[in-house]
Ligand binder design. Structure first.
Ligand code: ATP
Length: 360
């Protein structure tokens, strides 16, 4: 039995999670060998308003007993962003050594890219997820005085750089990709980014003689993502650069409502966490119009991670079938369907796939 901890969180996280769980039920109905048990945890900004913490003190000990975490989104105007991020997402990512943030960026039939040349995009982004620019090393002193100052340190460790680049190379070798693109800025950030370049080069050279490495300055790389996105296969980046690139990646294939992500501990020593790229979207929360695809696809990635690549494939095929048909679309992709109608359409597509495969 695979045990999944489910944390819907805030805003549209709660709404899109309902649909992901609906899809999971459909998958289980279709395939009794899919033995998955879910436990829902209410940790969120509402929980913070009641208890003064985003999650209980022993939350990580509780989560440690699960095979994976399916997470919605966090963010609420009543709670400062640094609290929601540093008391919730960061401890999970860091303590569970989820050092790979994996984000597929793929053109989907039925979804128009805002780019005229954006038809054949198929890349994955490996973002370093536990160190780099997102460190809490630093300080802010002399508040409200002329000498007031803030320091935010970037921390790059050799192990950290090597592990994320190795994960990108392993993926490239497994899926027959030939090129790794590394995002850098070593002309200006001469200590940490030079260090990144050096160890990236070393790991890619060691990984496979058939892999080529291109290192591109981040400012040029964002322009290339717009001008020639089809040229990229596997992109590896530090925490901040990866964060920016993956939101851009998501935008060029149709938007945040479609983009899944995985925070992976590849060694499976700790549970990995799967979540949509988008946040809590307070501007549309409570309206029932959010697109649940990013959340449902994140469930798909989770299933692949726990050894059910077959179920992941079915989820992705169902999403692709609904988008290709185009009859059910939420507002973000040019339609009028509700969150729940999109969830239902994906469940129906799963049924159709099973019937076509003769599995009724
Ligand atoms: P947060 O503070 O939690 O990050 P945000 O609104 O700043 O929230 P996102 O939640 O990522 O950031 O949303 C950015 C924009 O994309 C918003 O206009 C939002 O409505 C839209 N959006 C995000 N996710 C979805 C979705 N699943 N369906 C439809 N629109 C979405």
């Amino acid at each position: 039995m695979v045990k999944i901890a489910v944390i819907p969180g805030d805003g549209i996280g709660k709404e899109v999670m309902v649909e992901a769980l609906k899809v999971l039920e459909q998958l289980k109905q279709d395939d009794p060998t899919l033995q998955i048990e879910t436990t829902i945890f209410p940790w969120s900004s509402d929980y913070y308003m009641q208890h003064g913490t985003m999650m209980p003190k022993d939350a990580l000990t509780i989560l440690r007993n699960y095979d994976a975490i399916l997470f919605g989104a966090i963010g609420d105007a009543r709670v400062p962003d640094d609290v929601t991020v540093w008391e919730f997402i960061m401890p999970i990512r860091k303590q569970f050594q989820q050092y790979v943030n994996f984000r597929p960026v793929k053109t989907l039939q039925g979804i128009a890219s805002p780019l005229v040349n954006g038809r054949e995009i198929d890349m994955v982004i490996f973002r370093e997820n536990t160190e780099g620019e997102y460190s809490n090393s630093g300080g802010h002193i002399y508040h409200n005085q002329p000498q007031e100052m803030a320091i935010q340190n970037t921390i790059m460790t050799r192990l950290g750089v090597e592990k994320i680049v190795q994960a990108a190379c392993d993926y490239a070798c497994k899926y027959g990709k030939s090129k790794i693109t590394s995002a850098t800025k070593s002309n200006a950030i001469i200590h940490s980014m030079k260090f990144w370049d050096e160890h990236t080069k070393h790991i890619v050279e060691k990984a496979s003689p058939t892999l080529t490495l291109e290192s591109i300055y981040i400012d040029a790389l964002v322009a290339y993502f717009v001008e020639r996105p089809q040229d990229f296969e596997v992109v590896v980046a530090s925490n901040l650069f990866g964060d920016i690139l993956s939101d851009l990646g998501s935008a060029i294939v149709g938007g945040l409502g479609l983009s899944p992500s995985a925070n992976l501990n590849p060694e499976k020593e700790f549970p990995s966490m799967f979540e949509p790229v988008h946040g809590s979207a307070p501007n549309i929360a409570g309206k029932g119009i959010a697109n649940p695809i990013a959340q449902i696809w994140s469930l798909g990635l989770l299933l692949g991670h726990v050894g059910r690549a077959d179920a992941e494939k079915r989820v992705v095929s169902a999403i692709e079938a609904v988008l290709k048909e185009g009859a059910v679309k939420t507002a973000d992709i040019g339609g009028q369907a509700t969150t729940s109608q999109m969830g239902d359409a994906i469940c129906q597509a799963l049924v159709n796939i099973r019937q076509t495969a003769g599995g009724v």
